[in-house]
Ligand binder design. Structure first.
Ligand code: SF4
Ligand code: SF4
Length: 400
């Protein structure tokens, strides 16, 4: 479930932009490429700063026009099969077999035209457990052909014991920047309870050490619940002190992805946990999203205009396309219609309208795309897409 991502890189980009605009100061003795910039940002109203940088009239205009932007990233659910029985995720209850999951050839043939995918920077291969796909290297190959500029990564529960072998093959044969996220929710007892498997803790550590030896970049990812929040600072400190990268998400609900609608609230964080989230933040933030988590828990809402569904999407293993893993509003299915027709279609436009109105909100770092637009204005490309969008609409009106 935890998406291996490029949080460090994202935060660096964010931070660089703040530096350039004079909104934050260069930390003493730092190259500016620092991730743990909390001390510098302390005292700065980061929310305000983000708005100043991000909500340029140009970006807001494009949002208001409900126009799709060049796709910058997407999450691909490679399978819904999973051998883990985590308490907050019921993906493993879904029926899915490799025969029904999108094949490498389908990926090549459906994810077109290539111009739409030329700017994709990151593809999060998610699951289920990705290594249960016996053709995972071929799937990665297909994704890389579609998105030649993207960095690939997947999260894993490590239970298949094939992680290192698969990761080495993908790194050597497909993508030298390939990276892995290892799901670990805390120290042994709490981790094995939340992850639903005895001995999971040791298996993850064994994998981590092997990945380190194989020089494959990885980070630990924790899902925070009411059970592990009290030991979260201690656990994060334990990992950071030993030089491991670590990030965390809070437990959330999703009917079309986690299949946990109505049940995750039993484990959710409350306002009582805001103090701990603030302490976690003071240990270093790798992304603006984590910086704002306490604000979100205090009053859940769309803190920034969200560009999911405008510049990113979620593709499930049966070919359904959604704006993200949380909003269960489907753009369409790539097995039934071309990607460009669903991406530029009226259904997508209506869904973008509701996102623009801030009808939905969530707290997932890998879905909120606000920060990407900081470093990706791409005005010419947007004009091209706007004209494509308008001619597609004009064509549809003519037919009616
Ligand atoms: S959280 Fe990940 S490892 Fe756990 S059941 Fe869901 S998909 Fe499987
Ligand atoms: S705010 Fe959250 S739920 Fe709504 S579209 Fe963005 S990522 Fe999805």
């Amino acid at each position: 479930m935890y998406k291996a991502n490029l949080n460090f890189e994202r935060f660096d980009r964010y931070f660089q932009e703040f530096l350039r605009k004079g909104l934050v100061e260069q930390p003493n003795g730092s190259s500016g490429k620092t991730v743990y910039a909390t001390s510098v940002l302390r005292g700065v109203d980061l929310l305000d700063s983000v708005k100043k940088v991000r909500d340029t009239p140009k970006n807001l205009l494009w949002h208001k026009l409900l126009t799709p932007l060049p796709i910058l990233e997407f999450n691909f659910e490679i399978t819904r099969r999973c051998q883990s029985h985590c308490i907050y995720c019921h993906i493993w209850q879904s029926q899915s077999t490799q025969d029904t999951e999108l094949s490498p050839d389908e990926i090549r043939s459906y994810l077109k035209p290539k111009e739409l995918f030329a700017h994709v920077q990151s593809v999060g291969i998610t699951g289920g457990e990705p290594t249960l796909r016996s053709d995972i290297v071929d799937v990665c190959q297909a994704l890389k052909e579609v998105c030649p500029n993207a960095s690939l990564g997947f999260p894993t529960n490590c239970l298949s014991k094939k992680v290192v072998e698969v990761a080495e093959r993908i790194r050597n044969e497909v993508d030298p920047t390939f990276h892995v996220g290892l799901s670990l929710d805390g120290f042994k007892e709490i981790n094995d309870f939340q992850r639903g498997t005895k001995g999971h803790y040791e298996i993850v550590w064994e994998t981590a050490l092997q990945l380190r030896e194989a020089k494959i970049p990885f980070e630990f990812g924790s899902t925070l619940t009411k059970f592990n929040i009290n030991s979260a600072c201690q656990f994060r400190n334990y990992l950071l002190e030993r030089g491991f990268a670590h990030s965390y998400d809070i437990v959330t609900e999703s009917s079309h992805y986690y299949n946990n609608e109505g049940s995750a609230k039993d484990f959710a964080l409350t306002k009582d946990d805001i103090g701990t989230l603030k302490k976690l933040r003071m240990m270093g933030v790798e992304s603006s999203y984590r910086y704002f988590l306490p604000k979100y828990i205090e009053n859940p809402r769309q803190l920034f205009k969200c560009f999911s569904g405008f510049a990113s999407f979620f593709l499930n293993c049966q070919g359904d396309v959604y704006p993200c893993i949380h909003l269960a509003k489907k753009f369409g299915n790539v097995r039934e219609q071309s990607f460009s027709s669903l991406w530029l279609g009226d259904t997508a436009r209506q869904i973008r309208k509701s996102i623009h109105r801030k009808d939905c909100h969530c707290s997932t770092d890998c879905e909120m795309l606000h920060y990407k637009l900081l470093c990706y204005p791409g005005l010419i490309k947007r004009v091209e897409m706007l004209s494509e969008h308008l001619s597609a609409r004009a064509g549809r009106r003519k037919k009616q």
